[in-house]
Design a protein around this ligand. Structure first.
Ligand code: HEM
Length: 215
């Protein structure tokens, strides 16, 4: 049987393509959207990472989720700097979650509270994605809206504490392969990972509706 890390990657491949090629992502990467759309997207990420990272301390000692709680991954401080840059110092007062974002963040928070393996599915879907495709998004954002390379506006994509992403991802896959769960539970985690992708795609759909191309 394939390793768990292979299983989870393979199982989410189709949905990964769907997320990558969503209208909103394609427009964003294609440089067809204004910086306000990028800022709105960054705001949505804030809610997701708030759920992921405020749930983390409570899971640090958990046998399944604990090894994944690694402070060098934490994105919330970087997101907050980006938002201050994008929206100004009063960014918190205008921050709102789309209903799709609320649903995503609520599901992450629920897993953090009640189901550590489910939390791992969300952890994987976000952080491994940010370390991978996130780098492509950063490059496009710098180019399209003129942010300083790895500077304010794109700090979310810059993992200062992960100098070697390829090595980190290898280590992460080893952690996945070492998850102490039986096959049935692993299948449930795979299902939750698919759900995580769906939740992301739902957010992209809502953003696409908010920022249609007038062309
Ligand atoms: C336009 C947007 C995206 C691009 C260009 C992109 C690109 C990529 C690339 C090139 C990889 C492969 C990296 C490698 O093999 O080391 C990757 C991996 C990954 N991406 Fe994305 N991605 C995008 C969006 C997303 C989204 C929205 C999610 C989910 C929230 C996501 C989650 C992941 C995950 C979990 C992996 C790791 C797969 C694994 O090795 O297990 N990606 N992405």
């Amino acid at each position: 049987m394939d390793s768990f890390s292979t299983l989870i990657r393979t199982a989410s491949h189709e949905q990964h393509v769907e997320a990558e090629t969503s209208t909103f992502m394609s427009d964003l990467l294609g440089g067809r959207l204004g910086v306000d759309a990028y800022a709105r997207y960054t705001e949505q990420l804030w809610f997701v990472y708030e759920a992921l990272e405020s749930g983390a301390p409570g899971l640090a000692a958990d046998p399944v989720a604990g090894p994944f709680v690694q402070p060098e991954l934490f994105r919330l401080p970087s997101l907050e700097r980006d938002l201050a840059h994008l929206r100004g110092p009063g960014w918190r007062s205008t921050l709102t979650a789309l209903p799709a974002t609320r649903a995503y963040a609520d599901r992450v928070a629920e897993c953090a509270r009640t189901w550590p393996s489910g939390y791992v599915a969300h952890h994987y879907t976000r952080y491994l994605g940010d370390l991978s495709g996130g780098q492509i998004i950063r490059g496009r954002a710098e180019k399209t809206w003129g942010f300083a390379r790895k500077g304010d506006g794109v700090r979310f994509y810059v993992f200062e504490g992960v100098p070697n992403p390829a090595a980190f991802k290898r280590g992460y896959r080893e952690l996945l392969d070492a998850v102490p769960a039986d096959d049935l539970e692993k299948q449930r985690v795979v299902s939750e990972c698919k759900r995580a992708f769906t939740l992301n795609t739902d957010v992209f759909r809502a953003l696409g509706e908010e920022f249609p191309l007038s062309a």
